[in-house]
Design a protein around this ligand. Structure first.
Ligand code: SAH
Length: 370
């Protein structure tokens, strides 16, 4: 698209967010505490407050000597994200939040309550460098990477709302995490992996969410997919395919020009084999662009007999876009053809469309005063 930024695999240089407990592994926390002249075990105490009690107010940390509380909380629990706006919709079962970071950067998250689980959709970057033309965040360009703690804080904040009973009908904790907010998680590999570990490590090291309940979604950055494979973590990998052929995918997911469909799927199958986890293929249904019967068949051929599940996402049209969602009959035919190839398919629900919160739109309208 003319005027849109090129692909940015590396973020521009910006001041880093302040260091936070959730940026550090257990050894790093002990070292940080020792640097402050405190005994190492204080790191575990602070971790229990933050990951176990979800607390960051030093006044409540009564097992710490009064003199140490402010020192430790000041050094390890700085405020990273402040909510600017909440939008509750779907009868209170969906809460979208725009957060302001220390440098004024805006990011968003979405909490979704289902009958059997609570899912939190987090951002991994402010903006995104992948420039996919149908995605609102893609149009913003990349501002910066979020730190591990900025990612974790989105979940910790949501966990506090749940624990306080602020979200009607929801259980007491976040069950699932999806890296499907703003940003390309695998372009911010270190921080995302750190966040995954903090979210899934058992308390007091982390929040204790099941690794199998974490989904990392990628445009298909093949080297990073391979690196993730080597971690041997049983998180779910989602690949945003959106087209089975390079000609169309080069346009819809421009980084395809670097790592084409065959390479992305090869890396996905290796991931499935190594982890035993079914890979999720994301496919936004865009009317008359990628929803033709021949593309369904092509996709079915590529995915046949693989450990894979297809998630069709009705396109959420972004402001000013020439594209719209597929006709329901066309969508049904697409599903039918994939199933005829033995591929399992679901059509994603479209939580929160009415407040244009999906896929970067909420932060975009907040930034422009909308
Ligand atoms: N960068 C990661 C995570 C981003 S968003 C990735 O691309 O996978 C999660 C999913 O929402 C991706 O599959 C993305 O392509 C899709 N998406 C983005 N904008 C959309 C829109 N307007 N309508 C439907 N799906 C969209």
């Amino acid at each position: 698209m003319s005027g849109s930024p090129p692909i940015q695999l590396r973020p521009p240089r910006r001041p880093k967010p302040p260091r936070h407990l959730a940026d550090l592994d257990v050894a790093g926390r002990r070292a940080a505490v020792a640097e402050l002249g405190e005994p190492g075990y204080r790191a575990d105490q602070v971790s229990r407050h933050y990951f176990g009690r979800l607390a960051d107010d030093p006044a409540t940390m009564t097992d710490l000597p009064a003199a140490s509380r402010d020192l430790l909380a000041g050094a390890l629990l700085p405020t990273l994200l402040t909510p600017v706006r909440h939008v509750d919709c779907d009868g209170g079962r969906t809460r979208k939040t725009v957060w302001r970071a220390f440098d004024g950067t805006l990011v968003e998250s979405v909490l979704m309550v289902y009958p059997d689980r609570v899912t939190m959709c987090v951002s991994s970057q402010a903006g995104c460098g992948m420039n996919c033309p149908f995605c609102a965040t893609g149009q913003m360009g990349l501002t910066r990477n979020l730190s591990a703690a900025e990612i974790v804080e989105q979940v910790v904040s949501a966990s506090r709302w749940l624990r306080a009973g602020e979200i009607p009908g929801a259980g007491p904790r976040v069950d699932n995490i999806v890296f499907m907010g703003m940003g390309e998680p695998l372009a911010n590999y270190r921080a995302v992996l750190g966040a995954v570990r903090r979210l899934t490590d058992a308390p007091p090291a982390g929040l204790g969410i099941s690794r199998r309940s974490v989904t990392v979604s990628t445009v298909g950055l093949v080297p990073a997919m391979r690196r993730l494979t080597d971690e041997g973590l049983p998180v779910t990998l989602a690949v945003s395919l959106h087209a089975p052929d390079d000609e169309l995918r080069d346009e819809l997911v421009p980084v395809n020009q670097r790592w084409p469909v065959a390479e992305v799927l090869d890396a996905a199958w290796d991931y499935a084999e190594r982890t035993g986890r079914r890979v999720s293929v994301e496919y936004a249904m865009i009317r008359d662009v990628n929803d033709q019967a021949f593309r369904a068949d092509l996709l079915g051929e590529l995915l046949r007999d693989r450990l894979v599940h297809v998630n069709l996402i009705p396109l959420n049209p972004t402001p000013g876009s020439r594209w719209t969602a597929s006709d329901p009959a066309v969508e049904r035919e697409f599903v039918h053809r994939l199933e005829a190839h033995g591929v399992t398919v679901t059509v994603r629900d479209t939580r929160g469309r009415e407040v244009d919160g999906a896929c970067g739109q909420l932060a975009t309208t907040t930034a422009s005063g909308g």
